[in-house]
Design a protein around this ligand. Structure first.
Ligand code: C2O
Ligand code: CU
Ligand code: CU
Length: 529
């Protein structure tokens, strides 16, 4: 179990949840699994809602080296379905949250202010949060360590070095035991890092470069989100949202577009295909640009994975429509509407032909240059279910907590290279495994070379039922303790997460004590702390 304080809160959660069904007013949060569903007639027909992309956040202050942002985690009532009010939690009161843009070499500081209510209105838990920027080698105390939580009313400044290669990252909640609920309520957003290499490429940019943040939700009769994690196995909705909109349509010109696909679902993996059967040009994976583009007609996107694809609408006639479909993934239950994602509708000739290419050479990802011959050791991570919990090598985050946060699965030195063999032994479940801090190379999948979509740098790898995937990882540049976990966040919360240590952990990089959250009035951003 947790520390005694957390255990008491979890008991509280159970009793409040019991009371919620009778005592709490409607329209306050996601309903428990038993509530009646919203009538299908209240859902918009697919492809009738206009596409939209989250706004780009402006810094509050900038100085010579750093851009400072302030984000509040706030409850609000949104209109996800036309004419239906849905209580949500959002970064700056929007779902998904605003996109942050950063450039290699300039630092970012993001102040996260937890303005969530003291308890979740229907599920009853305390919404402590920890914000993780997934894909950024942040120091441990700024990495969204699950147990480094900010309680409602507290705030914390997260520092990001932006030292890596250009890529699509995302920031999302990582609060221990409640990541899935908090992300389902809306605490997720993209973060785009650019660098001179990416800027020099003639690939689609600006208004032709759009986020596609996928999530799936269900609605209760009163319009609130329906929550059912099926005894911590998974949360599966029947409505697919793209950037928070149900099955939207995007008007496109006769040219190429770049889409930054992110699967922000709690438990649903997708296989994306175009209705025309046209190929997609894959240009980047989790860790940024691939060495060369890969042409794929089907793209499997596990939870937390990012893939950048270029779609070409050049040869389609004005008025033509193309649907982006989800043909599903074995072991993932299909919902009523989960076979559809979104639609593109061709408006006519391109108004600009700038950045309309996919060059044969893209990037030179560092993780892909590591040689397997330099690996010092091979370690195995067995993904399993033991004693009613999801486990990694039989262990859980509670084992880490019980050790005073000292227990580690591995302890490589900075610069070391290792092979990690990830084996999914549990029949019937898939696990997208994520390692914090590092990008890795997929060496093999079930003994065979990785598929085309895994030929780029990765930080999350989908491990299907019974699969064995080998990863090549070089550790650094930071040192200290970092999490490894399943990114089906219902599994992660119960309790499929362990940690590893790179180099030494000292007081200056203790994930919980080096930069604790603060209470009370905020200090000026960018000013003396
Ligand atoms: Cu995207 Cu540890 O998470
Ligand atoms: Cu991460
Ligand atoms: Cu899992």
């Amino acid at each position: 179990m947790d520390t005694p304080a957390l255990s008491r809160r979890d008991l509280l959660k159970v009793s409040l949840l019991g009371a919620a069904a009778v005592a709490l007013p409607r329209h306050r949060g996601p309903s428990a699994g038993g509530s009646p569903r919203l009538a299908a007639s209240k859902l918009p027909p697919p492809y009738t809602v206009p596409f939209s992309a989250p706004p780009v956040l402006r810094p509050t202050v900038s100085d010579a080296t750093t851009d400072y942002y302030r984000i509040t985690q706030t409850p609000f009532v949104g209109e996800v379905l036309p004419g239906v009010a849905t209580p949500l939690w959002g970064y700056n009161g929007m779902v998904p949250g605003p996109t942050i843009k950063a450039r290699q070499g300039r630092q970012t500081v993001v102040r996260q202010v937890n303005q969530l209510p003291a308890t979740h209105p229907t599920l009853g838990y305390v919404p402590w949060t920890s914000t993780h920027l997934h894909g950024m080698p942040a120091k441990p105390q700024f990495d969204g360590y699950a147990s480094d939580v900010s309680q409602p009313g507290q705030w914390k400044d997260y520092e990001y070095p932006n030292t890596g290669a250009a890529r699509t990252l995302w920031y999302h909640d990582h609060g221990v035991h409640h990541t899935a609920e908090n992300v389902y309520m809306g605490l997720a957003a993209q973060y785009h890092l650019t660098d001179p290499q990416e800027e020099s490429l003639p690939i689609p940019k600006g208004r032709y470069d759009l986020p596609l943040i996928l999530s799936d939700v269900s609605f209760a009769e009163d319009g609130s989100l329906l929550w059912d994690d099926h005894f911590h196995t998974g949360v599966f909705g029947d409505v697919v949202l793209v950037n928070g909109r149900p099955w939207p349509t995007l008007p496109v010109e006769q040219r190429r577009y770049r889409f930054r696909v992110l699967n922000a679902s709690v438990s649903r993996a997708y296989t994306l295909e175009l209705s025309t059967g046209q190929p997609m040009q894959l240009i980047a994976t989790d860790g940024g640009l691939m060495a060369a583009p890969q042409s794929v007609t089907r793209l499997r996107v596990g939870m937390a994975e990012r893939y950048e694809v270029v779609l070409d609408f050049t040869s389609l006639g004005t008025g033509a429509t193309v649907q982006l479909l989800n043909t599903g993934v074995p072991g993932t239950p299909d919902g009523e509407g989960t076979d559809k994602v979104m639609q593109f509708e061709v408006t006519g000739p391109a108004t600009s032909t700038e950045g309309n290419e996919v060059p044969a050479v893209l990037g030179s990802p560092a993780a892909m240059a590591v040689s397997p011959a330099s690996a010092r050791v091979t370690r195995t991570l067995r993904l399993d279910r033991t004693r009613g919990l999801w486990t990694i090598n039989g262990e859980t985050w509670d084992d880490v907590v019980a050790s005073g946060f000292t227990r580690v699965f591995a302890d490589p030195a900075v610069g070391d290279v290792e092979i990690w063999e990830v084996a999914n032994g549990f029949r019937g479940w898939s696990h997208p495994l994520h390692t914090h801090l590092v990008d890795f190379q997929v060496l093999s999948r079930n003994g065979a070379p990785p598929p085309a979509q895994e030929l780029g740098p990765k930080d999350t790898v989908y491990v299907g039922d019974g699969e064995v995937v080998r990863l090549l990882v070089q550790f650094g540049p930071e040192h200290g303790r970092y999490m490894i976990h399943c990114h089906n966040t219902a599994h992660e919360d119960h309790d499929m997460m362990v940690q590893y240590q790179v180099g030494q952990t000292d007081a200056a990089c203790d994930p919980i004590n080096a930069a604790p959250p603060r209470s009370g009035p905020e200090t000026p951003l960018g000013g003396p702390g």
